[in-house]
Design a protein around this ligand. Sequence first.
Ligand SMILES: [Zn+2]
Length: 425
Amino acid sequence: MDVTIHRALLDRALAVDDPAGFVDIGISGDKIVEISTDELSPGHVAIQARGQLAIPPFFEPHFHLDNPLLWPSDQTADLINQSGTLFEAIDIYARVKKDRQLDDLIDKASQAVRQALSNGVLWFRGHVDIDPDSKLKMLQGVVAVKRKFSGIVDIGIIAFPQLGMARSSETVDLMYQAMENGADLVGGIPHIEKDLDDAAKQIEIIFNIAKKYNTSIDMHVDEIDDPYWRSLELLADKTIAENYQGRVSASHCCAMAAWDEATFQRIIPKVIAAQITIVTNPLTNLFLQGREDQPPVRRGVPPLDRLIKAGVNVACGHDDMNNMFYPFGSMNPLDAALFAAHAGYLTTPHLIRKAFEMPGYSAARSFGIQDYGLKVGNPAHLLLLPVQSELDALRLHPSPTLVMRAGKVLVQTEVRQTFSEIVPQ
Ligand SMILES: [Zn+2]
């Protein structure tokens, strides 16, 4: 055995025979070859888990790799989002990206990926703005980051027409060029268009591009509080019409929080039939939405409990880190899941488990990864988390002490805390 991991607590949902027991995990080459409640003889490398939770690594399914860490350290007034709205953030960023230096972009995006990796992320989707101002410049930077991390963190690049497409043939051309120059998925943002008719045009263009390159679709959908916006319904109808089931993700879906009941009941069965994954981004949605509303103020998070109970696959993402859209962000997927649990009323044991799975099993389904999970025969991708349950993983949201990919240790973190003897028990 090349690597053995001793006395790990196997994620309960996976351990069929011994749901609460400790196991030893044996790894040969890049595969898990044994999971045993008996102690294995130490391999060439022996790792002592000491009762930590062993789980498969996380996904970051929604992040903007072209703009992390742009929050100005000198508090420059014109880079601060004074209104706190999404639309002011988009305006500020449109000014910033004209002068964006590639070296700076690559450096900051790499910091975000490394931080995500230290929190157990091995699969990443990054949106990159494609528009007449920045053209393919930022894509070039993110492609360089993707290459740097090849074999360490898998980065799928999403061409993202942030400023719309229905009335910009130049952006449509640029989107095709983006697919020829390193983008892996087609993005979209139908609610940036003038109305639902133009939104339908944008969705039509997106499917044309996706079909030409036989790629998946990952869109920003209805990231707005106005219940007028029902692009999700257009997207679901189109997905079914184009036989694209299971290959489409819809992020945000904030307007759903403002829909009336009849609209919700009409559209959600279509989302399920289209096998669309909804990726919620509670960190940025709670921060940016509801800023222009009259009471009752909406916070832009869809009813996650109802979506999950209805059978929708729901994942969660970080969206932004430390920029004009969102000053915070840790790149720890458990932070996003914890916020989702709060904002989406994921309060029962079953729903708490679902919150824990959002950056894991649920995201794996939307990425189409079949051999995900700690099972004999699967790739030896795993994390050790210094907790004993998924509830504590969310409650304490620690970084993993071990991040392993294909049997190779990528990150190890020391956890050492000593209380002085004068501190009471
Ligand atoms: Zn986004």
